[in-house]
Design a protein around this ligand. Structure first.
Ligand code: ZN
Ligand code: ZN
Length: 361
């Protein structure tokens, strides 16, 4: 061992154990949120805590939130007393059977994870949140399901998910291997010129005002989607999500004629639907648009159309709204994303030319 390494080891502070009682995960919490709460409660810096949890390699915590390896689970169980089942429930692997199909078996398999990332529908580092949920009694706790585009509204607070900071109107990104931020860290041009640098926005994420849901149907639909996410869907819930998934990029205003005017507004907005994908925004990053798609899917399914008739209906309404350009679906997206195979609605839409398939796996 080199002398430098030896000295570094000597300098490392002695191992600490966690002080009882250890802060417990709240229902539905994400692993990074709980680890952050744990660090705060125990007075740990993140780095030494991650070292104790054997997650100190770069990308370690993010990978753990995807899928926990057995040695890390054992280590976490031993240190925190939180059992394996609850630890696994805080990782995205719990959605591998539905919202995140084909999630790689090992988060250490870099190539497989990268490929899956490209097409999978989840918010890797982009935050979406319910400000009222964040105003809990202790430190703000973030839910795992907020990482999925399928969380479009908070049923408890009857509000749409917030996807942008309400001071700088930009999306909020998480840092890697860190718990979610409490305030917006986007750089603004305030003070630019005077000090040559901008200033961080600093707006508290918990202080934002979410847009209230005015139509109860939206909350009912979110509850049904949640049943699917939790692995307890009725057959109709599964069909609802399958159709909503293909509708998200194909929506046009006529499809939400009777819905909440806000949903119609969201569908009119070109945000996220330009094929150039500005700043990584995809059609499913807008929670209002996802809500609109689920709403339109529900109304359509009430008519008991066959998948071929659904495709025809979508084509007709898009024509009314003069939306002729087909949606180009990437092959990785087809494999890992919205197709949620077997999805009976994809093929007729491809046959009608409303979806074109492109790109390479
Ligand atoms: Zn809430
Ligand atoms: Zn901001």
């Amino acid at each position: 061992m080199s002398t430098a390494k030896k000295t570094a080891q000597k300098r490392r502070p002695p191992r600490r154990t966690l002080t009882e009682p250890v802060v417990q995960p709240i229902p539905g919490e994400s692993l990074t949120s709980w680890v952050g709460a744990l660090a705060q409660q125990q007075g740990f810096e993140m780095k030494p805590l991650l070292r104790e949890l054997h997650l100190d390699r770069i990308g370690g915590l993010s990978a753990a939130e995807m899928r926990l390896s057995d040695p890390v689970v054992r280590r976490m169980e031993k240190l925190s007393g939180v059992d394996a089942e609850r630890l696994h429930a805080m990782t995205l692997a719990r959605y591998a059977g539905n919202a995140l199909p084909h999630l790689p078996m090992f988060s250490s398999d870099g190539v497989a994870v990268q490929q899956w990332h490209k097409g999978a529908w989840f918010h890797h580092s982009q935050a979406r949140w319910c400000p009222k949920c964040l105003r809990g009694p202790n430190s703000p706790r973030w839910l795992l399901s907020w990482k999925l585009p399928w969380s479009f509204a908070c049923v408890d607070h009857r509000a749409f998910m917030v996807t942008e900071c309400q001071a700088c109107w930009d999306t909020v990104e998480f840092r890697h291997d860190a718990p979610p931020e409490r305030s917006c860290e986007n750089w603004t041009d305030e003070g630019e010129g005077t000090y040559s640098l901008g200033e961080p926005c600093g707006f508290s994420l918990a202080l934002g005002q979410p847009v209230p849901v005015s139509d109860d149907a939206v909350l009912t639909l979110q509850t049904r989607v949640n049943a699917w996410l939790d692995g307890m869907p009725a057959h109709e819930d599964r069909t609802l999500v399958a159709l909503a998934a293909v509708l998200i990029p194909l929506l046009s205003p006529s499809m939400v004629r009777h819905g909440d005017p806000l949903l119609r507004y969201a569908v009119r907005s070109p945000r996220g639907t330009t094929q150039r994908q500005r700043k990584g925004r995809r059609p499913w990053t807008d929670s209002l648009r996802v809500a609109a798609a689920v709403y339109a899917a529900d109304r359509l399914l009430c008519r008991r159309y066959s998948p071929a008739e659904v495709a025809e209906w979508i084509a007709d309404l898009r024509l009314i709204d003069h939306r002729r350009a087909p949606w180009r679906m990437d092959m990785t997206e087809l494999a890992y994303g919205p197709s949620l195979r077997p999805n009976p609605f994809v093929e007729p839409l491809v046959q009608r030319g409303l979806i074109t398939l492109g790109g390479w796996l």
